[in-house]
Design a protein around this ligand. Structure first.
Ligand SMILES: [Mg+2]
Length: 318
C-alpha cells in the first residue's frame, strides 16, 4: 500500500491567526473595553508565534519568547488535567491558557467563563473565515487532490494533526480532558479533508507530534508494513512533522510490532519519505539532522515526488 500522511494546519489549510484574533478581541470588547481587548489579542498572537517557532525548530526565541514560555508553563499549573496519560502533556497550544497568562501581562482579570468564550470565538474564526474568498483548503491542495483521483496508483490519505488543547470550565477550574479537546479539533477540520481521507484522522490528544508514541499509534492502527508499504509524510513544521516520524523510521524494532519475515529479510525499517512544505520561505535549521527528504513550496511539486517513489517500488529498491 501507499500511504500519504498529511499534517492539516498550514499544510493543507491556511491558518489565519490574525483573523481569528480579531474575533477573539471582538468577543472581549464589551467586557473589558477596546484597549484591553486589543492588548489581550496581541499577547495571544505573541504566544502563538512563539510556539510556532518552537514547532518549526527555531532555536532563537529571544528573551521575549523564553519569557512567554515561562508564563505559559506557570499558568498551566492552574489547569486540571483529567486523565493519567495527560498529566505530563504540555498545554502550550491552548488559547484559553494564553488568556490566563495574559492577565498579568496586560493587567486585567478575566473570568474563566470569558476565557472560554473568547477561545471559542478564536476557533470559530479559524474554522469559518469571514471573507468568502478565503478558501478553507489551499487551492494547490485541491488541484493535487484532483491529480490523486485521476492517478492510477492509489494513495491512502491519512491526516495527522496536533491538539488545540481546548479546555472547558468546571467547578471553578479550567479542565483539559483529551476526549473533549479531540472532539473540538475534529469539528473544525474542513469537510473536504474528512471526505478525502475517509475520516482517518489522528489528533494529538493527549500525546501528539513529534512524540514517537503518537507515530507508533498511527503505524499500529494503520498496520504499516515495512516490507510492502511506502509512506510519505508531508508537513510544514520541521520539528513536529519531520523529526518525530524520522525517529520511527530509525528505531522500528522498539516501537511497533513487525512481522518476523521483515526482520529476516533485513528490512526492519519503514520506507518513509518526509516532505517539508515551506509556503512562505521560513528559515529552517538546515544544519540539523535528520533533514527532510524533500523541501517543497506547494503541492504542485507532489506528483513528481510520488511518481519517483512508485518507480522505486516496482524495481524493488524503493
Ligand atoms: Mg502544521
Amino acid at each position: 500500500m501507499n500511504y500519504l500522511v498529511c499534517d492539516i494546519d498550514h499544510t493543507l489549510t491556511p491558518f489565519k491567526d490574525i483573523a481569528a484574533r480579531l474575533r477573539l478581541g471582538q468577543s472581549l470588547v464589551s467586557r473589558v473595553g477596546q484597549k484591553t481587548a486589543q492588548s489581550v489579542s496581541y499577547f495571544v498572537g505573541q504566544c502563538f508565534e512563539t510556539n510556532l517557532k518552537v514547532a518549526r525548530g527555531d532555536r532563537d526565541l529571544g528573551e521575549k519568547g523564553q519569557e512567554i514560555l515561562h508564563l505559559l508553563d506557570t499558568a498551566s499549573k492552574q489547569i486540571v488535567k483529567k486523565t493519567p496519560e495527560s498529566q505530563n502533556v504540555s498545554l502550550r497550544w491552548s488559547r484559553e491558557l494564553y488568556m490566563m497568562a495574559a492577565q498579568s501581562v496586560v493587567g486585567v482579570a478575566l473570568s474563566l467563563q470569558l476565557m472560554i468564550e473568547a477561545a471559542d470565538a478564536y476557533w470559530r474564526g479559524i474554522a469559518m473565515p469571514t471573507d468568502p474568498r478565503d478558501s478553507r483548503v489551499y487551492p494547490d491542495v485541491i488541484q493535487f487532490f484532483k491529480w490523486l483521483d485521476e492517478h492510477p496508483t492509489p494513495w491512502e490519505l491519512i491526516l495527522v494533526t496536533g491538539s488545540d488543547r481546548r479546555l472547558y470550565f468546571s467547578d471553578g477550574k479550567l479542565v483539559y480532558a483529551p476526549e473533549y479537546s479531540r472532539q473540538q479539533k475534529w469539528e473544525r477540520i474542513p469537510t473536504l479533508l474528512l471526505q478525502k481521507s475517509g475520516n482517518r484522522v489522528f489528533v494529538g490528544d493527549p500525546i501528539g507530534k513529534p512524540d514517537h508514541e503518537f507515530w507508533r499509534r498511527v503505524a499500529e492502527t494503520e498496520a504499516w508494513d515495512p516490507l510492502d508499504d511506502s509512506i510519505v509524510v508531508v508537513g510544514d513544521s520541521y520539528r513536529s512533522d519531520i523529526c518525530g516520524v524520522k525517529q520511527l523510521e530509525a528505531n522500528p524494532d522498539i516501537l511497533v510490532y513487525q512481522p518476523p519475515e521483515a526482520k529476516e529479510q533485513g528490512s526492519g525499517r519503514y520506507n518513509i519519505t518526509t516532505v517539508l512544505i515551506d509556503r512562505h520561505d521560513h528559515s529552517y535549521p538546515k544544519d540539523e539532522i535528520p533533514e527532510a527528504d524533500h523541501l517543497i513550496s506547494s503541492f504542485d511539486e507532489m506528483p513528481k515526488i510520488l511518481e519517483q517513489i512508485e518507480v522505486g517500488d516496482t524495481d524493488g529498491t524503493g
